[in-house]
Design a protein around this ligand. Sequence first.
Ligand SMILES: Nc1ncnc2c1ncn2[C@@H]1O[C@H](COP(=O)(O)OS(=O)(=O)O)[C@@H](OP(=O)(O)O)[C@H]1O
Length: 204
Amino acid sequence: MPKTLDGQITMEKTPSYFVTREAPARISAMSRDTKLIVVVRDPVTRAISDYTQTLSKKPDIPTFESLTFKNRTTGLIDTSWSAIQIGIYAKHLDNWLQYFPMGQILFVSGERLISDPAGELGRVQDFLGLKRIITDKHFYFNQTKGFPCLKKAEGSSKPHCLGKTKGRTHPNIHPEVAQRLRDFYRPFNMKFYQMTGHNFGWDD
Ligand SMILES: Nc1ncnc2c1ncn2[C@@H]1O[C@H](COP(=O)(O)OS(=O)(=O)O)[C@@H](OP(=O)(O)O)[C@H]1O
């Protein structure tokens, strides 16, 4: 990490940090004051999104259903499959709380990042002790993309949406499979809501 000067904030983003066992100890050893931001979304949608991303690179992988279950008849879920494992947020958070207090971690709602990007980024700016520079006026909803986009990209006068790999169409998952996954995640989600003091609304 480069040294941060007064008035600067150094940021580093890697999706796998949150689920990497060694990450909290290593980051804490580097700087105990590091602020941590984690974007979380409904773990069922997250698993399907994860699968969709893998499928786009390896079209020959088995179906989502066959990877989800260890045993389809009993409904036993394969928790060793990373797409499932990553969504057990309470378990991963437990690991971080051994090294960082809750006040140093901000959980951003992936759903609200889409429905109210300025509101969610407002929380991020407050958490980082920044003035709320990014507001509603920076975004518009792009009907073609189906997502919010920036009215102007940084250093440009043109609108900017995230790339093609963000916001892919998900395959249809059998409702029974999705329901079984909802039931699986519910207790972990409840624990996560309790730990963070925030109901993300995935089980409403
Ligand atoms: N504004 C905007 N535009 C496009 N996409 C948006 C936006 N805001 C959030 N999202 C959601 O971001 C999801 C992709 O991010 P990833 O989690 O794959 O990013 S990363 O690879 O972990 O960095 C992606 O998930 P998928 O829909 O499954 O592709 C989106 O739902």
